[in-house]
Write a protein that binds this ligand. Structure first.
Ligand SMILES: [Zn+2]
Length: 898
């Protein structure tokens, strides 16, 4: 699943005791979970009849059971379903034998006689509701392409624990079974599920569609989508690939179709086991949820993550589509063919798909600099899904947790979809791959896939396969990274006689008295002018010998490792001189570490700016975006602070020279990253109150109103956002009207995102009110409030609005999102009193399941409060001496070829 939580604060959780214990390989009997393991379902046959006008449905199912030891009861999952009848082996159970427990999400059937070992059949009749939010079976309202006529369609979302809202089932990933679905839909609808349609017949209510049975798989991977849909198709190797969208939009799936064919072929080779189903559908949904979900054979995407309009979509959208597809298709193997045994190993699915997807995207699109851009710190204004730095920021706090974490309840399973699971997982795998070597790593993955197909695994199974391929103790190296929280900082100290002393220590931010931990670190280092070297650091200290006194040493080559590096003064001075000889990956790594050391109070802000100023105004996107993101973070922190204007002037002077090189208009033959960077700079400079940029955006917006083609799609989100930030009534209304009128989900999002940036409190309130209307799909409507909290500079107004309307807002949010919603709105405060307010609010209003999320945000607010005070003092000193230090004449000489 790709959860696009709009707020970056997707972290939570308490400290896990730092005892590293080796985990065991997969065993069905020892897998955690609530359901007894004596009864195992093998085949489901399910028939669903939706009543679309009432948003309810009825269903029947028969389940073949294998009873392994005699039982008195059948215990399975069911939630918000009314069980109308039940029978076992053809004998009806009395109503008194049927018990549902809403709290535990269980259905218990008490049997008149003990059920003997062997095969049996359970039959159930039930009814349920079609939800407004994206969980279980849900409906989506949308405007039809071309006509604008309001329509409705159906979709499902089951991960982590919502298949039980659609049909009673053994809804834990270890209970693999074959699922055969039938559904009744209107005659002009297309129905899609995991497998191809086996038969179709007309009936009085419309038509009944019967899908072929799936191979054995986990219940959360089922899918059902139906509506007035169109499709386009192609073949990739022996697989039929289709893109399915609402009527009139399928052709916009052309790019996704081509990308899917390319990606599928790459993975068929990489995994060594070909994609096992006859077809793969990529399904665009106009609402319901905000991300994508890897249902086997029928992947669902929020529409703008799949459809690309060459005339109106941005380069950013195109790159995002490719990455999301690459992530989801990787799940067809990692997640679907081989599934984690329990949610404590969710990272096996998500960390792996994130790593594999990025690797595949980088392979086919090297010009996008995906590894590097995924390494950037969080972008407070625009981008979502930036990986490594985000995970490291969260992982340095007191509220972090190990990649592998204990999961006891359904609510905890839903909370497991966080940055640590996805992004630290990705970072660690990348570090491990570069340590073991690409080919050895792939051989290990091939062995793992072949050994565990159609089955479940734990992390230990993966390490065993990689150890076998590499002949290295992978489990031993990995344990510190996946079974304990946090990560190290390696300090570099020059000693006499060519010795450099390395010492590791846990790296923390706003976390006093953190339990000390140690890691086995696959280190890489570079002595300038020599080839890179590797070293497995297994103890607290390590000595590098024979380092010439006048040569700089750079650790963490290309930033591929998941650790920080702190250089002593002599090493840092040498590095600053050597910066021009380093590649962009290493420069971004130095910037990221310098900023993290400032946050951790291990270095003053001047260390970061000293380095940033040393870099000339070139257009390497990852390097510039690193700087943009840091400046935007500080700018947000200084809202309503008297120092802000002085800071903004300085920040503009750092960014302006690059914008001068790129200019407003796209140039023939420029790389696609130039378009990304131009948009980032316009949006950043606009936020930094650059009068020329603001005027330029206004002028271009007026022209766009007269002729939309006059404004390049890449610039539209940035131009709309800047225009709306400083909007008057007429402009706000115009943007709102444009958003209401368009049937393109991407364009709609551009307009409403812009509305979220408005700063005049009068219009901030008008934007917030939209969250309660039906103008946007439910997930997007509710994320407008955190968007305003973050981008308007008025988190107070956003919180006040949400507090007043919480019930209506939560009705639109799924289980995973609900626990995070209220806390996420506090993230952008930097005042200790707000941390206290959140604690009080949580005590009185939030369920225990949100406690971890609350702790995370309280920590963030307290950190911001402390950091702001520290930063203001340090910035004052720095700015007094460097108010325009980034001007061209003060830049160091720079070689032109690197
Ligand atoms: Zn995923």
């Amino acid at each position: 699943m790709q959860a696009w939580v709009l707020c970056w604060a997707a972290l939570f959780s308490i400290m896990v005791p730092s005892i590293v214990t080796a985990e065991k390989p997969f065993s069905f009997k020892e897998t955690p979970g609530k359901l007894p393991k004596e009864v195992v379902p093998t085949d489901y046959s399910i028939r669903i009849v939706p009543k679309i006008d009432q948003f309810t449905f009825t269903g029947t199912e028969t389940v073949k059971l294998n009873v392994r030891s005699p039982v008195h009861q059948l215990v399975l999952n069911s939630l918000e379903l009314k069980i109308e009848a039940a029978s076992v082996d053809g004998k009806d159970l009395p109503a008194s034998a049927i018990k549902t427990d809403k709290e535990k999400e269980l259905l218990t059937l008490t049997l008149p006689l003990k059920l003997a070992q062997g095969d049996h059949t359970l039959a159930l009749r039930f009814s349920g509701k079609i939800n407004q939010q994206g969980q279980g079976l849900f409906y989506m309202r949308y405007q039809e392409q071309g006509t604008g006529v309001p329509k409705v369609m159906l979709g499902t979302q089951f991960e982590a624990t919502d298949a039980r809202r659609f049909f009673p089932c053994w809804d834990e990933p270890v209970f693999r079974a074959r699922f055969q679905l039938s559904a009744v839909v209107p005659e002009n609808w297309l129905a899609v599920s995991n497998m191809p349609i086996e038969s179709e017949r007309k009936i009085t209510e419309g038509k009944e569609v019967r899908f072929a049975a799936t191979p054995p798989m986990s219940s959360y991977l089922n899918v059902f989508v139906a509506g007035e849909l169109d499709l386009i198709e192609a073949r990739s190797d022996s697989t039929q690939v289709r893109v399915i969208a609402t009527k009139g939009k399928a052709e916009l799936g052309r790019y996704a179709l081509e990308a899917t064919a390319q990606i599928l072929h790459y993975y068929n080779d990489y995994f060594g086991v070909p994609y096992p189903l006859p077809k793969l559908d990529q399904i665009a949904l106009p609402g319901g949820f905000g991300g994508a979900m890897e249902n086997w054979g029928g992947i669902t995407y929020y529409e703008s993550a799949l459809l690309f309009d060459p005339k109106n979509s941005s380069t950013e959208t195109k790159q995002n589509i490719y990455e999301v597809i690459a992530h989801e298709v990787a799940h067809m193997w990692f997640g679907d063919l081989v599934t984690m045994a329990w949610w404590d190993n969710l990272w096996l699915n998500e960390g792996f798909a994130s790593w594999m997807g990025t690797k595949c995207t980088a392979h086919f699109n090297p010009q996008w600099e995906v590894w590097l851009r995924r390494n950037l710190p969080r972008d407070p204004s625009r981008r979502i899904g930036i990986a490594k730095e985000q995970a490291m920021e969260g992982d340095s706090r007191s509220t972090t947790h190990a990649i592998q974490q204990r999961i006891a309840t359904e609510a905890e399973a839903n909370s497991a979809f966080d940055d640590i699971t996805y992004k630290k997982g990705l970072s660690f795998l990348r570090m491990l791959e570069s340590f073991l070597g690409e080919d050895v790593f792939r051989d290990g993955i091939r062995g793992y896939t072949a050994a565990h197909e159609y089955s479940n695994t734990t992390t230990a199974d993966l390490w065993n396969a990689l150890s076998e391929a590499s002949k290295k103790p992978v489990g031993d190296i990995a344990a510190g990274w996946t079974e304990q929280p946090g990560f190290p900082v390696v300090t570099v100290k020059r000693e006499t006689d060519g010795k450099v002393r390395l010492t590791q220590k846990r790296f923390t931010v706003n976390f006093k008295n953190a339990p000390p931990l140690e890691w086995k670190i696959p280190l890489t280092y570079l002595v300038i002018g020599q080839a890179p070297a590797t070293l497995l650091m297994t103890g607290k200290t390590e000595i590098l010998e024979n380092i010439p006194a006048d040569r700089a040493v750079k650790l963490n080559v290309k930033g591929a490792g998941n650790y920080r590096v702190e250089y002593d003064e002599p090493s840092w001075s040498l590095l600053l001189q050597a910066v021009p000889t380093l590649g962009v990956e290493d420069r971004v790594n130095l910037l990221s570490d310098a900023w993290a050391l400032v946050q951790a109070d291990r270095a003053p802000a001047s260390r970061y700016f000293q380095l940033a100023q040393k870099l000339p105004a070139l257009t390497e996107i990852a390097e510039r975006e690193q700087i943009i993101n840091v400046l935007a973070f500080i700018n947000g922190l200084l809202a309503r602070n008297p120092e802000r204007e002085k800071f903004q002037r300085y920040a503009r002077s750092l960014l302006r020279p690059t914008f001068e090189i790129l200019g407003w208009e796209p140039k023939q033959g420029e790389p696609s990253t130039a378009a990304n960077l131009r948009a980032s700079l316009i949006s950043a400079l606009g936020d930094l109150n650059d009068p020329e940029i603001i005027a330029g955006c206004r002028e271009r917006f007026e022209k766009y109103l007269a002729n939309a083609a006059s404004l390049a799609p890449d610039l539209r989100p940035a131009v709309f956002a800047v225009v709306c930030r400083y909007a008057d009534e007429k402009t706000w209304t115009k943007l709102h009207q444009l958003g209401l009128a368009t049937t393109s989900i991407e364009e709609k999002q551009n307009y409403y995102n812009a509305l979220g940036c408005v700063t005049d409190p009068k219009f901030v309130k008008k934007t917030l009110a939209i969250a309660l209307t039906d103008e946007l799909p439910t997930s997007r409507a509710t994320s407008l409030v955190p968007k305003v909290a973050r981008d308007s500079g008025h988190p107070d107004i956003a919180w006040e609005f949400a507090r007043t309307n919480m019930k209506a807002l939560l009705a639109k949010i799924d289980a995973a999102g609900a626990n995070r919603y209220a806390p996420s709105l506090f993230t952008f405060f930097s005042d200790d009193l707000r941390a206290d307010e959140l604690k009080t609010y949580a005590k009185n209003n939030l369920p225990p399941a949100s406690a971890l999320e609350v702790a995370k945000v309280v920590d963030e607010v307290q950190f911001r409060s402390e950091f702001k005070k520290r930063l203001v003092t340090q910035l004052n000193t720095w700015l007094d001496h460097h108010s325009d230090a980034a001007s061209a004449k003060e830049r160091p000489p720079w070689p032109t070829n690197h």
